[in-house]
Design a protein around this ligand. Structure first.
Ligand SMILES: *[C@@H]1O[C@H](CO)[C@@H](O)[C@H](O)[C@H]1NC(C)=O
Ligand SMILES: *[C@@H]1O[C@H](CO)[C@@H](O)[C@H](O)[C@H]1NC(C)=O
Ligand SMILES: *[C@@H]1O[C@H](CO)[C@@H](O)[C@H](O)[C@H]1NC(C)=O
Length: 388
């Protein structure tokens, strides 16, 4: 008997809750109809938010940008005549159609990132981190750890995340608003109106270099890397400071050097490249894209030369191609490991701070591990045996 009553009670509560929900939904709808401005919004946003930021609405900006036909790039159908075009996957067909498109409108800009009070700031190390709209947690932990904006040994470190647009429909709107909020809070997001995908990484790289040429040409050195790496930025500053004959105005490009790498011709490989996209048998020397260091000088040289180098979808190889055309060589730095983790002995653990403290960059880590390691490697009380 008690049980039946309890069930009835639960039923009544559910019905009541449902009714409240319906009333709420209905009144919200009524509101939308009565105020024409908000009817375009798919998501319900508390009205006080509308009032605080009426103009920085991502939707408005996106609409303005996508309606600008002069800024759009047309499909190049010439590739349909390339032999074997029909046999390529839709992704590569799409890539070829739009391969020539390099200018995409900027949605979130950082025009004052490298600006001091009256004159351009002397940025020593600019951290340029490839991220995607959905990688919020990674960005959060990087802001608190190795990518924190600060001065170290008197040298200024600044941070930028480079991002396209992600998701579709409601998800797209949600993600891009999230990125917009981050931009307002942290002033560290550059976003362009192109689809953030593995295939568009090279495009992202070129758009960043264009931004740098315009808004931060004085940066002395750059770390270009992924958002899941552990970068020991204190060690990087010390290393870059130790380069006696290079203050950023000479060539430097160093990281995990790959030489005589061959394009993957197996369509099932993640890095597959058909001959229609790259027809040589070898890639020029390049540094693994997980993270590499370069001078501001070299970054600007690559930007200038990139105008004459056809895009291939693998961004780190593309940088190597530009370097080769500019007759500059990438270099190897033992402190950067971006491919396989080489464990020299079974006693060494990837997450051992003693092992990491002398490195410059390693991949890949979870956000919680990054936070832990960043505290530990800089802990003066960290005790490491001579062997580690
Ligand atoms: C449209 O795009 C062109 C080329 O990118 C740009 O010069 C122009 O200012 C844009 N117009 C508007 C209204 O955004
Ligand atoms: C493809 O080739 C044919 C024959 O050579 C030519 O008539 C056609 O215009 C070409 N198509 C494109 C899009 O270039
Ligand atoms: C790259 O971005 C453009 C613009 O958003 C998009 O049309 C294209 O499909 C993307 N390419 C790939 C291969 O994802």
């Amino acid at each position: 008997m008690v049980r039946i009553l309890r069930v009835m009670n639960t039923c009544a509560t559910t019905v009541l809750l449902l009714m409240i929900l319906l009333v709420l939904l209905y009144s919200n709808k009524q509101q939308n109809i009565s105020t024409p401005q908000s009817s375009a919004n798919l998501v319900w946003i508390p009205s006080f938010l509308h009032k605080t930021f009426p103009l920085s609405n991502w939707q408005l900006e996106k609409k303005r940008v996508s309606q600008n036909l002069t800024a759009r790039c047309e499909q190049n159908t010439m590739f349909e005549n390339v032999s074997g075009f029909e046999s390529l996957s839709p992704m590569f067909q799409d890539f070829l159609y739009y391969r020539h498109c390099r200018s995409f409108p900027i949605i979130l800009d950082l025009p004052d990132k490298c600006q001091g009070d009256d004159e351009p700031e002397d940025v020593f190390l600019l951290l340029v981190i490839k991220s995607s709209p959905q990688n919020y947690e990674r960005r959060e932990v990087l802001r608190k750890t190795w990518a924190a904006e600060r001065s170290y040994k008197g040298k200024v470190i600044r941070r930028i995340f480079i991002i396209g647009t992600g998701g579709s429909g409601f998800e797209e709107e949600k993600l891009n608003k999230l990125v917009m909020w981050e931009h307002q809070h942290y002033n560290d997001i550059l976003q362009w109106d192109f689809k953030d995908s593995f295939f568009n990484l090279t495009l992202k790289q070129i758009l960043f270099l264009e931004w740098m040429d315009r808004s931060c040409p004085q940066a002395r050195f750059l770390l270009n890397g992924d958002d899941d790496v552990f970068a020991h930025t204190d060690n990087m500053v010390e290393y870059l400071q130790s380069l006696k004959d290079n203050n950023g105005r000479k060539h430097l490009f160093t990281g995990h050097l790959l030489q005589n790498a061959m394009p993957k011709r197996d369509p099932n490989n993640k890095y597959f490249i058909p001959t229609q996209v790259y027809d040589k048998n070898f890639y020029p020397p390049y540094c693994g894209g997980g993270g590499y260091l370069l001078s501001g000088y070299t970054a600007l040289v690559i930007y200038k030369i990139s105008a004459s180098v056809q895009i291939i979808p693998i961004d780190d190889v593309y940088m190597g191609m530009c370097l080769a055309v500019a007759k500059l060589k990438p270099d190897s730095h033992m402190g950067v490991q971006t491919l396989q983790w080489h464990i020299p002995s079974r006693q060494v653990d990837k997450n051992d701070p003693c092992y990491l403290k002398d490195f410059l960059l390693l991949h890949k880590f979870l956000p919680s591990d990054l936070f832990f390691l960043w505290q530990e490697v800089r802990n003066p009380k960290l005790i490491c045996s001579a062997k580690a």
